[in-house]
Ligand binder design. Structure first.
Ligand SMILES: [Fe+2]
Ligand SMILES: [Fe+2]
Length: 336
């Protein structure tokens, strides 16, 4: 049975403390079910639902627990959050929200629906994507000691937009983060830098970091499309940094470990087009192409490529994650 067709009573799961404080439960304003809902059990659970993946532009997903219980994780605005869902619980996933199934029992079952929000426009900034940056509390720190103190005190599930008044090269605090601190540099200038940080409730891995980096880029894109000049600069800096993480660190390690050359060749070609369309973002045709390409590219990497990278690089994944997070943005240029 399709639960939405009968306008069921919706029981919302009790949020975890982290959830309640930091995550706004987003729902589409006027959802329209696309196609039929799909029913899953442990027996037919596809691998892609166990990997980070996200509803794409203007698509929402709703998960509805129809048997037993299951545990999911999602990469919300404040990091990785683990959520236990019980029978009849349901949860919406906004466009761009990375999530995955982490545990279900033999008696667990759920349905998954894909909706369009008819209020959404194909090229409009995405609600949650922009929130990631726009709703972060901004703080300024004068030196490395102040930044270390801020990060030490950053509660689980919280994020900050940090403007630091010293050169990024003087910072080496990431080495002690134990992979619970998401670190996404946004801009750098001589003697200062800006970074988005979030304290996760559990250690994250390379695919989770790269997927969240996609979300940060999409958030900057949301702001840039709304005409915000600062966001436009962040978009260009974060995208270029992300492409370099893949081109200089992740893809070479994957290929050296026997990864598929044809896949990487295709991705690198798409990187070339992403750079080209980004340079022409003021032209409607290039903007449309950029949005479509970025969306499909990110989805392909998160569903297919990153899990295969992890399988190939194996024990090197932790060192790659350290190197990826440590890669700085190049000096930000606000406009091309
Ligand atoms: Fe890529
Ligand atoms: Fe990527």
């Amino acid at each position: 049975m399709n639960p939405s067709a009968d306008h069921p009573r919706v029981s919302t799961p009790s949020p975890s403390p982290t959830d309640a404080v930091t995550e706004r439960r987003a729902e589409p304003e006027q959802p329209r079910l696309l196609g039929r809902s799909r029913a899953y059990t442990l027996a037919n659970l596809p691998e892609r639902l166990c990997q980070w993946h996200a509803p794409r532009i203007n698509r929402w997903e709703r998960l509805w627990v129809t048997g037993g219980a299951l545990a999911i994780e999602y990469l919300g605005a404040s990091g990785t959050t683990n959520v236990e869902l019980a029978l009849q619980d349901n949860r919406w996933f906004a466009p761009g929200t990375r999530w995955r199934v982490v545990r279900m029992g033999p008696d667990s079952a759920f349905e998954l629906e894909v909706h369009a929000d008819i209020k959404g426009q194909a090229e409009a900034p995405q609600h949650l994507r922009s929130d990631l940056l726009e709703e972060a509390i901004a703080v300024s720190v004068a030196d490395a000691g102040a930044l270390a103190a801020l990060l030490d005190a950053l509660p689980v599930g919280e994020r900050r937009l940090v403007h630091a008044g010293f050169a990024l090269g003087a910072w080496s605090g990431l080495a002690t983060s134990a992979h619970t601190l998401f670190w996404h540099p946004l801009a750098a200038a001589p003697g200062s830098f800006t970074v988005l940080v979030a304290r996760s409730d559990q250690p994250f891995d390379l695919p989770a970091y790269l997927g969240r980096d996609h979300a940060v880029i999409e958030a900057a894109l949301g702001g840039a499309l709304a005409g915000d000049v600062t966001s436009d600069g962040w978009l260009r800096a974060t995208l270029e940094r992300h492409l370099r993480i893949e081109e200089e660190l992740v893809f070479p390690a994957y290929l050296a470990a026997g990864g598929r050359e044809a896949w990487i060749k295709g991705l690198l070609k798409e990187h070339t087009y992403l750079r080209q369309y980004l340079g022409e973002l003021d032209q409607p045709r290039s903007r449309r192409r950029f949005l479509r390409l970025l969306d499909g590219h990110d989805e392909k990497e998160e569903r297919v490529i990153y899990p295969d990278v992890l399988a190939h690089v194996d024990t090197r994944a932790e060192a790659l994650l350290d190197a990826a997070m440590a890669l700085p943005v190049r000096g930000a240029k606000c406009m091309p």
